[in-house]
Design a protein around this ligand. Structure first.
Ligand code: SF4
Ligand code: SF4
Length: 464
């Protein structure tokens, strides 16, 4: 037998995950790991057969063929990761009526001047989108609060309808819903328009995070979610939940708030690890604290599912899809190379173009560097800093990742590394991105390999 290259991690007592560049994985005992690495084989024939089919070992006679199969599996994964399928984000305004506790740089005050998109840019933006891709397109309208300038949102939609063909794009408005109205809902009625909003648990937690002067963010959000569901249907609204310290002891609050509205697809994520959001100590916590929260949340989700309430959590869905489906590469924040530009292109209110939402945030906090890909009048995509950051974001050559068992499923976040460590590759031992994803992968793998009920739930969620 010939031993092929693999990485490993002890993820449970006496259990080691082994994985290889083609994305195959297997769990073996510590005794089997020692046998495998010293003798190139294991005693149990069944385990040996599994290791052979996962290309971890090869009969000496077929070493060349197994090497070629590994290389082919790796290249197929890489081709998927390199495919160009961006979400096109457009920011009609940076102004916002909220001042959320975790939002530092992606808003301007509602009265501020000079933070709205010049409407003359709209035809150029849609024309660039058309030239970059053949569709179907996903347009995501971001803020600030985009409904502060609903007139611009309508103009963007109308231009897209004219230029991209109405059946060839999806239109998502990310909004707190505070400025939604029945007129806007009527406008959306016969269009492929969706609303993405934040719901950070029940009122006492949501309102602590999401602050709007002289009003109640939770009441506004839930009222308009109900109205969208009633008028347009469940599939027209989705939510994200950002976990701040106040939510750590209340995972049930997220589920109760969603269940009350009849929403069972949830997307729970830790607070942005970017320096500017974490400066507020009252919001901050360790990844260990987050994971202990997340494990409780997952248990409650499983219990709900046992009782026929079909909750599905999107962060776990992304991780399990990366594990079970080597072709899954559509989530910009967990892929290698990074999803900058390949999975996202953002047109900012000031006419500048960025490779992600995080790149425009870096631009606001780090002066003196150009994080843009030029402007709508003079795009500069291929020679931009973004393009060179993609080159540096292949995790299989990164120190720390190259020998990590989770590398084939994990990703790379150059923006977070620049924000926290001042350079794009980053020291993984200091990286919140690394700690978070490593713990999520350990958790998901332990469920896949040791918990039949959880494995079947996760498989149902995955895009495998
Ligand atoms: S609603 Fe969005 S843009 Fe406005 S303050 Fe909150 S997180 Fe920031
Ligand atoms: S970022 Fe961390 S978990 Fe991900 S591949 Fe690199 S070392 Fe592994």
């Amino acid at each position: 037998m010939k031993l092929m290259p693999f990485n490993f991690d002890k993820f449970e007592d006496d259990k080691y995950l082994v994985s290889n560049l083609a994305g195959f994985h297997e769990v073996i005992s510590d005794e089997e790991l020692i046998d495998l690495s010293t003798a190139g084989t294991v005693k149990c024939n069944e385990t040996l057969a599994r290791l052979q089919s996962g290309l971890f070992v090869s009969p000496s006679s077929s070493e060349q063929a197994v090497t070629a199969a590994l290389a082919s599996g790796f290249s197929k994964k890489l081709i998927q990761e390199l495919s160009f399928k961006p979400i096109f984000m457009i920011v009609p305004t940076l102004r916002c009526d909220h001042s959320c506790s975790y939002c530092q740089v992606s808003r301007a005050s509602i009265e501020a001047q000079g933070y709205d998109l010049d409407e003359a840019h709209i035809p150029t933006i849609i024309d660039i989108i058309k030239r970059l891709s053949s569709g179907p397109y996903k347009l995501e309208i971001q803020g600030g609060e985009p409904l502060v300038r609903f007139d611009l949102v309508q103009k963007i939609y109308a231009e897209a309808e004219k230029t991209l063909n109405v059946s060839n794009f999806e239109f998502v408005i990310t909004t707190s819903l505070s400025l939604l109205s029945d007129e806007i809902i009527q406008w959306a009625k016969n269009k492929n328009v969706h609303f993405s909003t934040s719901l950070d648990g029940e009122s006492y937690i949501h309102n602590e995070n999401r602050i709007i002067s002289s009003s109640n963010s939770y009441e506004l959000a839930t009222k308009w979610i109900e109205r969208i569901i009633d008028q347009l249907g469940f599939d027209r609204v989705s939510t994200v939940t950002t976990v701040t310290r106040s939510l750590l002891n209340h995972p049930d609050s997220i589920l109760k708030a969603h269940d009350r509205l009849g929403l069972h697809d949830i997307f729970v994520r830790p607070i942005s690890p970017y320096g500017f959001a974490k400066k507020q100590k009252k919001l901050d916590y360790s990844i260990n604290e987050y994971m202990s929260f997340y494990k409780k949340l997952f248990k409650e989700i499983s219990d709900y599912n046992d009782q026929g309430v079909p909750f599905r959590e999107y962060s776990a869905t992304v991780h399990v899809s990366r594990i079970l489906n080597p072709r899954y590469s559509s989530y910009a924040d967990l892929k290698s190379p990074s999803g900058l530009l390949l999975n996202c292109i953002l047109f900012n209110y000031d006419g500048q173009i960025y490779g992600s939402d995080e790149m425009r945030m870096l631009q606001r906090v780090i002066k003196g560097a150009d994080f843009s890909m030029g402007s709508v009048d003079a795009p500069n995509i291929l020679t931009s800093l973004t393009a060179s950051l993609i080159d540096q974001s292949f995790n299989f050559v990164h120190p720390g990742c190259s020998d990590c068992a989770y590398q084939p499923f994990c990703g790379s976040d150059p923006c977070q590394n620049i924000s926290a460590q001042g350079e794009s590759v980053g020291n993984k031992s200091l990286s919140t991105f690394c700690k978070y994803h490593m713990e999520m992968f350990r958790f998901i793998f332990s469920k896949i390999y040791s918990d039949n009920q959880a494995r079947s739930l996760l498989s149902r969620w995955s895009d495998a």
